[in-house]
Design a protein around this ligand. Structure first.
Ligand code: SAM
Length: 216
């Protein structure tokens, strides 16, 4: 699966995907992450990507031309795949585990990171397929939401997490009940500062352990 990120701050992604599950996915060629600098799609000396909003108001708006060109460029390089274009915005639909599962089945995602007041509406109307929010709060840019989205999707791409490690008891992953959360976990020592691990987990009785975890 390929992730294409469009951002004005490409260096924010330095090192972020070099650890853990995502890094493993990249190393085994199951994931590819391309970072595109929006300024590379400008044609003026100062590489300007933003301008003042028509009608007045606070802040700057990301201009349509570089974003259109960036998306067109990525699409032209993605021969047989039809990239799905996501704009990260607090106005989008809230991200869920179910949405991550759907997106993990796609071959190629283009993720637009907004900045300032956001992006020109014509980009949203004409090239964005889907708008996603990571929660009901406002961040300064789409880069941290993009990291969140990529991490959550990567775990679900077949092969990235080995079958035996995959845990369908994980929070929000039960398809019959999305509200179900993971069970409580403990490790050694059995007693720490007077706090004991529940007896049942030490019993070796797998049926009882399963039952106790489900009850929790
Ligand atoms: N004026 C916008 C509004 O009130 O809806 C907020 C703009 S925000 C300061 C700049 C950029 O950060 C947005 O274009 C978006 O890409 C990103 N962003 C901020 N909060 C976000 C969230 N909760 N989910 C996804 N992206 C977010």
């Amino acid at each position: 699966m390929t992730f294409n990120i469009i951002t004005i701050f490409p260096f924010m992604f330095d090192g972020i995907f070099d650890f853990g599950v995502v890094a493993k996915g990249v190393k085994s060629d199951l994931l590819k992450i391309n970072i595109h600098n929006l300024r590379d799609f400008t044609h003026d000396k100062h590489k300007i990507v933003d301008d003042r909003p028509f009608g007045g108001g606070a802040g700057m708006v990301l201009k349509p031309e570089p974003l259109f060109e960036a998306v067109e460029f990525i699409k032209s390089k993605s021969e047989n795949e039809n990239p799905h274009v996501i704009y990260l915005t607090p106005q989008g639909k809230k991200l869920t585990q179910e949405k991550c599962e759907q997106l993990s089945k796609m071959e190629n995602l283009i993720i637009i990171c907004g900045r300032y007041e956001g992006i020109d509406q014509r980009i949203r109307d004409n090239i964005v397929d889907e708008e996603i929010s990571v929660g009901d709060y406002v961040l300064s840019g789409g880069e941290i939401p993009a990291m969140t989205l990529i991490d959550a999707i990567s775990r679900l791409v077949p092969g990235v997490i080995k079958n035996e490690e995959f845990n369908d008891s994980e929070s929000f992953s039960n398809k019959n009940d999305r509200t179900k959360l993971d069970y409580k976990v403990y490790t050694r020592p059995e007693e720490f500062r007077g706090h004991k691990v529940p007896e049942v987990l030490l019993s070796g009785n797998h049926a009882e352990i399963k039952k106790a975890r489900e009850e929790k």
